[in-house]
Structures are given as C-alpha cells and as structure tokens.
Design a binder for this molecule. Structure first.
Ligand code: FES
Ligand SMILES: [Fe+2]
Length: 439
C-alpha cells in the first residue's frame, strides 16, 4: 500500500514530474520503424504527456518535434515534407529535425528573426526496428546495447498494443509470478497451444501451463541487481522436481521474462507512457540462435488487434468475456491470449491504480522491490546522480547479469547458487557496437 503522494510520484509522467524526468533520461521507443516509411506522412504521437509529430526528412532521418507550430500553433502533422524539413501548411514555416526554423516565407526578408526560433525537437534514431527518442534535457546517452535490439531483425518479432492504463500497472503485472497460475490458466490446453506455440521447457515432461496449475503456491524470492530486480519463482512439479522461472524487472519501464523460445531467447515488454492513463506496450520476442518464424508470430499477433494496434477484446467490450468458456476452457473466460488477459488485469485496476487501498501479499515482493528502486532512482536524479542503465561508456553498455530461465531441476538444488553459476558461465553477452555511438 502506498500513500497518495508516493503513488503520484511513481505514476505521473508529464514534463516536470519526478517520474517523467526519470523516464526522460532513457531512450524510449516512440514508434515502430514500419509505422514511418521513408516518404510516408508525418505521424502525430503523444509520448510522456507531450503532443509531438514524428516524421522523416527527405534524407530519411527521423525527427520528433512539438506538434504545434511555433508561429501560431497549427498542427504540424498536416505539414509538407520538403526542402530539408517539415513545412507548416498554415503560413509555410519550415522546420528541420533539430527544430531550427529554416524559412518563414510570408515574413519580410524571409523572416529576419527566424534564427531565434527553437522549436522543441528531440533526438531520434532508428534502432532494433524501433524509432527511439531521447526526451531528456541533458546530453543523450548511448542507445541501450541490449542483446535483443542489437541482433538482426530476423531474430525478433515486435508486437505493439495500446493500453488504457498507467504504465506502472503493466510494469508490475510483468513481475507478478503468481497470476500465471490463475489469470492465464487454461483448462483446455489445446485452445491455448493452437494459437501460441511454445518450445518445450528444458527438463520438463509437461507444459509450463500444466506446471503453473500443478503448484499454485510457488516460492518467490527476489534480489536487487545492477539493472533492477531478479525474480526466482519455483514450483513443485512431480517427485523431487521443481520448475524454476527467472524473470526480471529492468529499470525504469521494462521487463524480461521467459518467452516462447524457451532457453533460446526471452520476451521483453517495454511500457512507454502516452500520458498518465495510457501507454504503448511493446513486446519483443527474441530468439538468440537464429531467425524465428515471423509469419507464425504475425498470425497470432494479428488475431488480437486492429490495424492501429488496439486490442479487439478491450475494456470497452469487457474483453468479450464468455461465462460458458469459463466453465470449460479458461479461468478468465476472455480467450486464449495472454496479452488480452494482462490487459484486463492492468486496465481494470483503473486508469491510474489507487494504491492507497491495495493490500499486497507475500507474493508481491518483486513489486515492492521495484517501487523502492524507482523511488531511489527518482531521488538520486533529483540530487544530481545519473540513474542506473543510462549508458555513456560503450564498454559498460548492456545488461550484464540479466538472465531469463525456465527449466525443471532437481528439488534439492540451491536455486540462487544455480542461477548465479549459470550467469557466470553463460556464453551470450550483448555486443555494444551496434548501439555504441552517440548522436
Ligand atoms: S501556424 Fe504554422 S506557419 Fe503559421
Ligand atoms: Fe500475465
């Protein structure tokens, strides 16, 4: 339970708010590259409570400007892409991606004072099939050299979902291992597996779904790391065996959890605020050893969404919950898709969850740890300290020690010791080179 002031501290994201300032110290995805083809129209976007326009200039470089023209406020997303920038169609002022006003064609002498105009502009980069932007007021750090972003496009599939709630709720849903045994439970496994194929789990005789059901009171342990919180969840499955799942909260608005690729990759969810009550959820499914079946992922993704990334089953239609389905097929009655289940869970908490009336249990310890870390990062930033994972040194860029596991092990194993040894001996590491240069 939080007091009102702390809840607001953690959830308000607009300019000048403490959490808003923290999030602005990190590169954030603002769109998928596929949403902004070279030569395509500018795109109005809202990020962290700011109305903006995303566009590519004639050289294909992405730019992110304040939506309203510095002259008299017309919407620049209607603008013309020409002459090295974006031209407002009201009186023709022209802006480049740095926010410089290049022309004021209706003013005498082409606008004698146009150099004094500095239209709000944020640095942008194409990276990992995203357009990333840096909305902080300081020198941009390096782009994050995460393994799943630095890999070739063929090794990942990205899904994007409009979410009608504050980003922190979704962040907290990711690191809540107990809900797997309830919200996502399926009585008819064929219903689930017909949509989303998962590779077999190392050492297991059954599916993860069956194991979530087998032990609904798992042991949950956490530890604070350099990147956030590591969560160890163990379930008793059969004689002398445990099912271990290691998932992670990554500062400030990400997670890495086991995905359909089993030990050969992971899923990362990235929750980018639109404003206090809405966000974009980007889900990156990553396969380490080679290309994944993008067509298969596309099929399952497109079964859930409209062309503008809205869920077909959504809060407005009560996720099309079916009481008959609840008897036979699923615990929730809202279909086989985990993403829809999670949208129900986080959106139904309210646009901004009132954490003054919640009652966290022992299974919520990762959430408690996550909140402490975020509060500490906010306070440190207010005192002038750079937050964790803001990279300026290419040799320190990445997520060392971040591991995702999903496997069946002997019950007498020392879980933490096993995970620490696995991290020590893991061959994979992030190559910073792809992201190592500054703007
Ligand atoms: S409002 Fe944009 S040029 Fe006048
Ligand atoms: Fe979930």
């Amino acid at each position: 339970m939080l007091d009102r002031e702390t809840n607001e501290l953690l959830t308000r994201v607009g300019p000048g708010t403490p959490m808003g300032e923290l999030l602005r110290r990190y590169w954030q995805p603002v769109a998928l590259c596929e949403e902004l083809a070279p030569g395509g129209p500018p795109k109005p976007v809202k990020i962290l409570g700011e109305d903006l326009v995303l566009f590519r200039d004639e050289r294909g470089r992405p730019g992110l400007l304040a939506l309203h023209c510095s002259h008299r406020g017309a919407d620049l997303s209607y603008g013309r892409l020409e002459d090295g920038g974006l031209r407002c169609i009201y009186h023709g002022w022209l802006y480049d991606i740095q926010g410089r006003c290049l022309q004021q064609p209706g003013e005498p002498d082409g606008g004698r004072n146009r150099d004094s105009i500095r239209h709000t502009a944020y640095p942008c980069r194409d990276y990992g099939d995203f357009i990333f932007a840096y909305m902080g007021r300081s020198e941009p750090p390096l782009l994050p050299a995460f393994e799943n972003l630095a890999a070739p496009s063929s090794h990942r599939f990205i899904r994007k979902y409009y979410q009608e709630c504050n980003f922190l709720q979704a962040n907290e849903g990711n690191i809540d291992p107990i809900h797997l045994s309830f919200l996502h439970a399926q009585f008819d496994e064929g219903y689930w597996s017909s949509r989303d194929r998962h590779l077999p789990i190392k050492g297991a005789e059954s599916t993860s779904m069956a194991m979530y059901k087998q032990d609904r009171v798992p042991t949950i342990e956490t530890e604070v790391t350099d990147f956030g919180v590591r969560i160890f969840t163990t379930r008793k499955v059969g004689e002398g065996k445990i099912y271990l799942r290691v998932s992670n909260f990554i500062l400030p608005n990400l997670c890495a959890v086991p995905g359909p690729m089993g030990p050969d990759g992971f899923n990362m969810n990235w929750h980018v605020p639109i404003d206090d009550g809405h966000h974009w959820k980007y889900m990156i499914t990553f396969r380490r050893s080679g290309p994944l079946d993008r067509e298969e992922h596309k099929r399952s993704f497109e079964a859930d969404i409209t062309p503008d990334y809205r869920l077909i089953r959504n809060l407005g239609n009560r996720f099309q919950q079916d009481r008959e389905e609840m008897k036979q097929r699923t615990f929730s009655g809202i279909g086989p898709s985990f993403v829809v289940h999670d949208a129900f869970a986080t959106e139904s908490q309210g646009a901004v969850q009132d954490r003054t009336s919640e009652h966290p249990g022992t299974t919520d310890q990762a959430i408690v740890a996550e909140r402490k870390l975020l509060i500490r990062a906010i306070r440190d930033l207010q005192e002038g300290c750079e937050p964790p994972l803001v990279f300026h040194d290419p040799t320190a860029n990445g997520l060392p020690g971040m591991i995702v596991l999903s496997e069946v092990l002997p019950a007498d194993i020392n879980v933490k010791e096993y995970v620490h040894q696995t991290i020590k001996h893991s061959a994979f590491s992030v190559q910073p080179s792809a992201a190592g240069s500054k703007m």
